[in-house]
Design a protein around this ligand. Structure first.
Ligand SMILES: [Zn+2]
Length: 306
């Protein structure tokens, strides 16, 4: 079968490898789509993480079940929360898959995983419907957070992004206002928008110093900053401001798939609206990683299909 093999920074090759066999409590899935995640781009540019999640936003159909598998059968359409999914087939532990409900499209199923990350952050961060929220970054992570905030009834969500197409998408999906932080300094703009008070919560969804600082300086006194972006570099923080404003800062790196499913089914949100392109596995480097790590890209979420 074909699989994208990671060789090093900016070096991923699609090769012919042996098909994996499911062991006890594992299933084998024929991959329909695997979404390119920000963490994959990070690994593409900077090297693999210790427990690499390279290619983990997968969905497909079960083609074989291993011994002792209880809840699944051949033919079940599932979402798989497992690594190594840039391939024709994937073996995944039973406990890391989720059945796709009838009537859910493959495209929607493919973006349940990123939505589940947002679901976790919003729930664990205890954001309330009455909160005013800033999301710094309108890439896939930021847009999923926006959909989640809308799902729980948050009315006012401000977003920032350097790219016009992402700001446009944010406003299409319900952001109160999306602005360019280079044209309008974020803390000043947020002050103006909140009558000097600051937002109740700010969510960092990029992973760089500028957006983290924008979040820390845009929340109100005793506000909270939720950090979901993946950082490569260390960031110096103005601790005096952090202390005197009594800010709470929380890191988020887990997922809540059942809550994401509930939002899709009962709140009518459409996470597939962030998908901008579907590309064949063979073109994962040229049309996927290189495009998404380039400047001014038009794409937001790219799915890979083997
Ligand atoms: Zn992901």
């Amino acid at each position: 079968m074909k699989k994208a093999v990671y060789y090093g920074i900016r070096h991923v090759r699609v090769e012919e490898v042996e098909e994996p066999k499911p062991g006890p409590k594992e299933v084998k899935i024929r991959v329909k789509y695997c979404g390119i995640c920000g963490s994959d781009l990070h690994e593409y540019l900077h090297g693999l993480f210790p427990q690499s999640p390279f290619g983990h936003e997968a969905c497909g159909e079960i083609v074989e079940v291993g011994p002792e598998v209880k809840g699944y059968q051949v033919g079940n359409p599932v979402i798989a929360f497992a690594n190594g999914a840039y391939a024709e087939y994937l073996v995944c532990p039973e406990e890391r898959i989720l059945k796709i409900p009838p009537n859910m499209s493959w495209e929607r199923a493919a973006v349940v995983e990123p939505l589940a990350g947002a679901a976790y952050a919003i729930e664990h961060g205890a954001i309330q419907p009455g909160d005013t929220v800033l999301i710094a970054g309108a890439g896939p992570v930021g847009l999923m957070l926006l959909l989640g905030l809308k799902a729980i009834g948050v009315k006012t969500v401000y977003m920032t992004d350097l790219l016009k197409n992402r700001r446009k998408k944010a406003e299409e999906l319900g952001a109160t206002l999306a602005f360019n932080p280079l044209e309008n300094k974020t803390p000043a703009k947020i002050k103006e928008l909140t009558s000097g008070r600051g937002v109740d919560a700010a969510i960092e969804a990029v992973g760089i110093e500028a957006t983290l600082k924008d979040c820390l300086t845009s929340v109100r006194h005793r506000g909270k900053v939720i950090v979901q972006g993946i950082f490569t570099d260390r960031v110096p923080i103005h601790m005096l401001g952090f202390v005197t404003r009594e800010t709470t800062m929380m890191g988020m790196n887990s997922a809540n798939p059942p809550l994401a499913m509930e939002w899709i089914e009962s709140r009518g949100i459409k996470p597939e609206s962030i998908i901008t392109r579907i590309i064949p596995l063979e073109q994962i480097s040229t049309e996927g990683f290189e495009v998404l790590t380039g400047k001014n890209q038009e794409d937001i979420k790219i799915l890979v299909t083997p």
